[in-house]
Design a protein around this ligand. Structure first.
Ligand code: ARG
Ligand code: ZN
Length: 870
């Protein structure tokens, strides 16, 4: 793990592999401290050259090497590579390695945790199993035989189909798997353990029967039904929307407690963080149910976008992730409320992706330079990547997009390709020129579209001017104008969308911005219209237009696009919050009054469109607000947001109480109507507590006692965070008593403690870390305490004495030697110092420098820390 001075790899340095591997035979003799792996590969020289065969390998012991069955010793070996000089052009290489899975706390490669063996190979974990050409453009067929003790590990799993099994006299058994599809090493998987098994089946559109198997912890079978049902929905959806059918006879999903990420799409054998599989009414929230469906969908969709067509190199990660996130977003939207889903997607961009662009880690969706690939599984590559795909969907239309995807598979099935290949297929299938559009792949940063308008009463001429510019980012100074599909409409005073067939952009409700400046003119208007801009967030950009609050209220009521109605509500709140933050002593009463009028109107939507109402009645997060200012004034902004919420709470307390009382649900069901009701109920509860309503305590206690589901229980605890600390502590104590046996529920409890606003937070964090259920080895626990604190406890983390930063840094230094990947993830808030005041910048940089001083820092942290200190 210790690397003296890691070197960055560059996208432009890509070279085709010197050797190709057509077939791999692997034999695993599993043992907790001494697993032996025998890998026999069929290798061919790729082209005419006499370079050596250089295999990747890391943290493993080389036992032996044989070439065409003859043992060889004249290889050269260092910490990262095994080089073999040979003149053969086609040969068999047999490598034997030894691994210690229980010592492997990085959760990458083969590891042993909670009594089971598990692998994680993306991006470069296969090299921790054997010496190999561990790069995604080397595709091979795999046979895998696993030997292990039968009693402890009754289930031995790998990719593809089971083709043999047997029993040995010494209590061990073996199973042999064969994957008929070519795949890169990162899609390899092995799992061995004792699980409960839930099975089901799915008949594909061509009539094939696919066996579905879900492996969960012993005793957790009842919590697997939602995941299986979600999988079947995803399979049907991909057939219907993209014409894509599953290609093996078996699809396995394993849920494990120790996992660095959400889940992994290994061919035919997905491995999931149990958080994205297990759910029942008592222990999982509506959000958990939602996320499970989304992540199950995501991994399933990877079977085509990622596995059948994969990435040529890791710089192309967005090829599979941006596209697959887009697909899972469309799936979720079809399964529930489109507007609610769109709002969720956009919140991620505005809270996290814009922040990444503004930080030292800024990178394009297709990065140019990488030290540690694991650092690039980012909101930029994933979520901005999905926005880029969505813009193509907008430009090409539903049918054009589908044609493009069809052509992409026709051309590239079974290959490892680039983002350019994808865009080219979209272009060739539709004849829509995407040459300029490609710049989205190489240019980083958040574009800003500034819109101004003029209206000439006498002639009725209205002119809209669009100007785009992208501020420089840490990685890239020069920016160019992008191809931006910018949707908009003009509303008249009645709230009707104005049309004029002599202005094609107005008819299409979209202008394609390609230059720094564009102008459109509409004539013959009797009054100045209100422009409703960036409908449905048609591009990942910031928009600047000098709205009056009357105009925002008008859009809230009348835009034809539900997303934009919500967006206008958020702009109105933001305006109130920023105005209060900058002038706390002279509140703009007129602005606040018009905001309150607008809010009180939103209550009327609660019956007809509860999902939209709930979203509109919520004010922007601190993270979103932070991205709207040049310099974040922590206390002022935080308290202003709090005051505006209090104002909404107290001024409308009767409406909140009425809304609360109206949300009546029967026994728990995860269905759209009930989800909406619970959302409105818990939102109301939270406002009632914030407004110090006389009924608040009683309602909290009553709901806590009667709740038959986790959404409502957690709703109480979240609302109680705004009330008296004693009451919060008391409820949390009861909750812990009831749930201490359930780690996934306890994570929610840890997180609530860690992001609670209280003056003694830094004294309490160590208590959480010494909780008997807390473990440094488990990423879910680390994220729930440290992640929640650093990302969301605004006043605690940004305490002006620097104690919050120091606390995080201390912990990162500990985690560095245990799990570098997770350490590098939770350091993110420290790397985003650029937008804070000079004093905090200095404190944050001081902690980054302390981390940088560590002599045994992982590559993961070196990359992020050095970038942040430059
Ligand atoms: N491909 C996985 C997914 O998006 C994520 C794998 C993350 N791996 C990593 N090393 N960060 O579904
Ligand atoms: Zn993915």
């Amino acid at each position: 793990m210790t690397v003296s001075s890691p070197v960055a790899k560059k996208r432009s340095d890509y070279q085709t592999p010197d050797f190709l591997i057509s077939h791999v035979d692997m034999v695993f003799h599993l043992d907790v401290v001494k697993t032996r792996v025998i890998t026999t590969s069929q290798i061919t020289r790729n082209g005419q050259h006499d370079r050596p065969l250089v295999l990747d390998g890391e943290s493993i012991k080389l036992v032996s090497v044989a070439l065409n069955e003859d043992a060889i010793h004249d290889y050269s070996l260092n910490d990262e590579q095994l080089s073999i000089q040979t003149t053969e052009s086609t040969f068999t290489l047999c490598v034997e390695t030894e691994i210690n899975p229980s010592e492997n706390k990085t959760l990458e490669g083969l590891y042993f945790s909670a009594g089971a063996y598990c692998t994680q190979c993306e991006a470069e974990g296969f090299r921790k199993i054997t010496y190999f050409l561990d790069r995604p453009d080397v595709l091979a067929k795999y046979d895998v035989t696993i030997f292990a003790d039968k009693e402890r590990y009754p289930h031995l799993l790998s990719n593809g189909n089971q083709i043999g099994k047997g029993q040995l006299d010494d209590g061990r058994h073996w199973v042999k798997w064969q994957d008929p599809f070519n795949k890169p090493s990162y899609l390899f998987a092995l799992v061995a353990g004792d699980f409960d098994l839930l099975t089901d089946n799915f008949i594909t559109q061509s009539g094939r029967n696919v066996l579905l198997e879900l492996y969960v912890d012993k005793g957790a079978l009842d919590k697997g039904h939602h995941a299986i049902a979600s999988l079947k929905k995803a399979m049907a959806w991909d057939e219907e929307v993209f014409g894509l059918e599953y290609d093996l006879d078996i699809y396995m999903v394993v849920a494990v407690d120790f996992f660095n990420m959400g889940a992994m799409e290994n061919k035919g054998l997905n491995v999931f963080n149990s958080k994205f599989v297990l759910a029942d009414a008592q222990s999982a929230t509506d959000d958990d149910f939602f996320n499970i469906e989304a992540v199950i969908g995501h991994e399933y969709f990877h079977n085509w976008t990622g596995n059948r067509v994969t990435c040529r190199d890791w710089f192309q990660l967005s090829l599979k992730e941006g596209l697959t996130v887009f697909r899972d977003q469309q799936f979720s939207a079809d399964m529930s409320s489109p507007v609610f889903n769109r709002i969720k997607n956009v919140q991620i961009i505005r809270e996290h992706q814009f922040a990444e662009d503004a930080s030292a880690m800024a990178h394009p969706i297709r990065p140019e330079e990488v030290i540690e690939m694991n650092n690039f599984y980012t909101v930029t590559v994933y979520d901005k990547g999905a926005e880029v795909i969505r813009m193509m969907h907008t430009l090409l239309g539903v049918d054009g997009f589908r044609k493009g995807v069809d052509l992409y598979f026709e051309r590239f099935d079974g290959q490892a390709v680039t983002c350019d290949d994808f865009v080219q297929a979209m272009q060739d299938a539709t004849d829509i020129d995407l040459t300029h559009f490609r710049l989205w792949y190489s240019q980083s940063g958040t574009p800003k579209v500034t819109v101004t308008d003029t209206f000439e009463q006498s002639s009725g001429r209205y002119t809209l001017t669009f100007t785009q510019s992208t501020p420089p980012t840490a990685d890239q100074a020069q920016k160019h104008a992008l191809h931006i599909p910018f949707k908009f409409e003009l509303l008249d005073q009645q709230g009707m969308s104005i049309s004029d067939d002599s202005v094609p952009e107005l008819e299409a409700k979209m202008i394609e911005l390609t230059q720094a400046k564009h102008e459109i003119t509409v004539s013959g208007l009797s009054e100045k219209p209100t422009p409703s801009l960036l409908l449905n967030f048609s591009a990942p950009v910031k928009v600047d237009y000098p709205y009056s609050h009357q105009q925002l209220s008008h859009i809230i009521l009348h835009s034809s696009d539900e997303f934009s109605r919500w967006d206008a509500s958020q702009s109105l709140y933001s305006r109130c919050i920023h105005s209060l933050a900058t002038a706390p002593d002279s509140p703009d009463e007129e602005l606040f009054d018009s905001m309150l009028v607008a809010v009180s109107g939103m209550f009327e939507l609660a019956d007809s469109n509860p999902a939209l109402a709930a979203a509109m009645l919520s004010v922007p997060s601190f993270e979103t607000l932070s991205q709207q200012v040049d310099e974040i004034q922590v206390e002022a902004l935080y308290h202003a947001q709090r005051s505006i919420r209090n104002l909404i709470a107290t001024s409308l307390s009767e409406k909140w109480l009425a809304l609360y009382n109206k949300q009546i649900t029967g026994p728990y069901q995860y269905d759209a109507d009930d989800v909406d009701k619970r959302r409105l109920r818990n939102l109301s509860l939270s406002y009632l507590v914030q407004g110090d309503s006389p009924q608040a305590s009683e309602l909290l206690l009553a709901q806590f006692a009667s709740a038959d589901n986790m959404t409502d229980s957690l709703g109480v605890l979240k609302a109680a965070q705004y009330g008296p600390v004693d009451q919060f502590d008391h409820l949390m104590f009861q909750f812990e008593e009831r749930w201490r046996h359930d780690p996934l529920v306890l994570d929610k409890w840890f997180a609530l403690h860690a992001n609670m606003e209280r003056s003694d937070i830094l004294a309490r964090l160590p208590l959480l870390l010494s909780h008997e259920k807390f473990s440094l080895d488990n990423p879910n626990r680390v994220r729930s305490v440290l992640g929640s604190f650093a990302f969301y406890n605004v006043l605690g983390f940004h305490a002006i004495d620097g104690s919050g930063y120091q606390f995080l840094a201390d912990y990162i230094l500990k985690l560095n030697s245990v799990n570098p990947q997770v350490a590098a993830r939770i350091i993110t808030p420290l790397t985003q110092w650029q937008k804070f005041d000079p004093k905090r910048q200095e404190l944050m940089r001081y902690q980054l420098a302390r981390i940088a001083d560590c002599k045994t820092l992982s590559k993961d942290l070196i990359e992020k820390v050095t970038k942040s200190l430059n």
